[in-house]
Design a protein around this ligand. Structure first.
Ligand SMILES: CC(C)(COP(=O)(O)OP(=O)(O)OC[C@H]1O[C@@H](n2cnc3c(N)ncnc32)[C@H](O)[C@@H]1OP(=O)(O)O)[C@@H](O)C(=O)NCCC(=O)NCCS
Length: 332
């Protein structure tokens, strides 16, 4: 009997309507479109506007689309894992809120927090529930409203991030397609270079922490850049090596979109040509957990059954990894 793999069988996505261009950032801080474009590859990013709107509101749109595409009822979903760094609230889990808002009332849900690698970690986690044979329909979401923790007086972080969400449905596959392998890593000593200073149990929110702007993303850009380039490329190269894949065997690289230069370094390490790399950084910037599933969503029609698709990410913590998927379906 063939091993049960967890296969992605549908993808949903959502980006907010509001487009924040580099030109708008020029009006808010001392920067230029030229600097941002040449240093990061980003031209614009999306912002979720509206009083009371949070991460779950984007996820709801992505999930509804995914259920409609697959033609299934929300009641069929057994588990929902939401990877997010900007949950609606400290608690309850954002996945619970998503389940409530979409009518997935037979599902249990929880969140995964691994910064920009969260979607990869959640995907691997969700896959286990399918591979054991215990669950048949699991939704994995990557969603972030990064603009809720961005300081628009800090020109080194604010230019990078944007809001967005993607979601995938995992189902059992016995044809050998699905999630094949993952290399996942964490190194907590990297936390000093990329984190949010206040709002957790170590430093709860006070008037002072707010005045000191400690609830925003803090990033030492250059240091993070160096670790990201090395580790994301290493992880992608490892996944190729241990699955005996040459560059010709890889149909697509789906890289985390934090900086075009990091994407290029990973692509070069893998020996891939540019046409095989999903890049939408110019339109969305870094949507943290939203990034990888948003790429799959945008490229879904170009993916074919049997394609080797390599995902790679790096994020705060530090966390990083790479996952190999044998794509399970043709969209058309
Ligand atoms: C943040 C990042 C874009 C900054 O680019 P960089 O080339 O490293 O730039 P530096 O921080 O070295 O700054 C270089 C100069 O540009 C200036 N600068 C920084 N941001 C600027 C901006 N938005 N506009 C204009 N100038 C800017 C700096 O002040 C510095 O000036 P100085 O030399 O006079 O001191 C880059 O480091 C990066 O992408 N880091 C990794 C991000 C990442 O992968 N995060 C992990 C996942 S979230």
């Amino acid at each position: 009997m063939q091993k049960i793999h967890a296969a992605i069988t549908a993808v949903g996505g959502y980006v907010p309507e509001y487009v924040m261009t580099n030109a708008e950032l020029e009006t808010l801080m001392d920067t230029t479109d030229e600097w941002i474009t040449s240093r990061t590859g980003i031209k614009e990013r999306r912002v979720l506007k509206g009083e009371g709107k949070g991460t779950s509101d984007m996820a709801v749109e992505a999930v509804k689309q995914l259920l409609e595409k697959r033609g299934i009822s929300p009641l069929e979903i057994e588990l929902v894992i939401c990877a997010t760094t900007t949950p609606d609230f400290q608690f309850p889990a954002t996945s619970n809120i998503i389940c409530d808002k979409t009518g997935m009332s037979n599902a249990f849900g929880y969140d995964v927090q691994a910064a920009c690698s969260g979607f990869l970690f959640a995907l691997t986690t969700g896959a286990q529930f399918i591979e054991t044979g215990r669950h048949k329909k699991v939704i994995v979401i990557g969603a972030d409203k990064m603009t809720s923790i961005i300081n628009y007086e800090d020109r080194t972080t604010s230019i990078i991030f944007g809001d967005g969400c993607g979601a995938v449905l995992l189902e059992p596959n016995e044809e050998g397609n699905g999630i094949i392998d993952s290399v996942l890593r964490s190194d907590g000593s990297g936390r000093v270079h990329l984190h949010q200073k206040a709002g957790g149990s170590v430093k709860p929110a006070t008037v002072e922490t707010v005045m000191n702007k400690e609830h925003y993303v803090y990033q030492e850009g250059q240091t993070v850049f160096k670790f990201a380039v090395k580790n994301m490329a290493d992880a992608a190269a490892t996944i190729m090596e241990r699955n005996n894949l040459t560059a010709d065997d890889v149909a697509w690289l789906v890289p985390h979109q934090a900086n075009k230069r990091i994407i290029d370094a990973t692509r070069e390490r893998m020996g891939l040509s540019e046409e095989k790399v999903m890049v939408n950084i110019q339109r969305y910037g870094n949507t943290t957990n939203g990034t990888l599933p948003l790429c799959l969503w945008e490229w879904e029609k170009k993916l074919h059954k049997g394609d080797n698709v390599v995902l790679a990410a790096f994020g705060g913590g530090f966390t990083w990894g790479s996952t190999l998927i044998k794509w399970a379906y043709d969209s058309e």
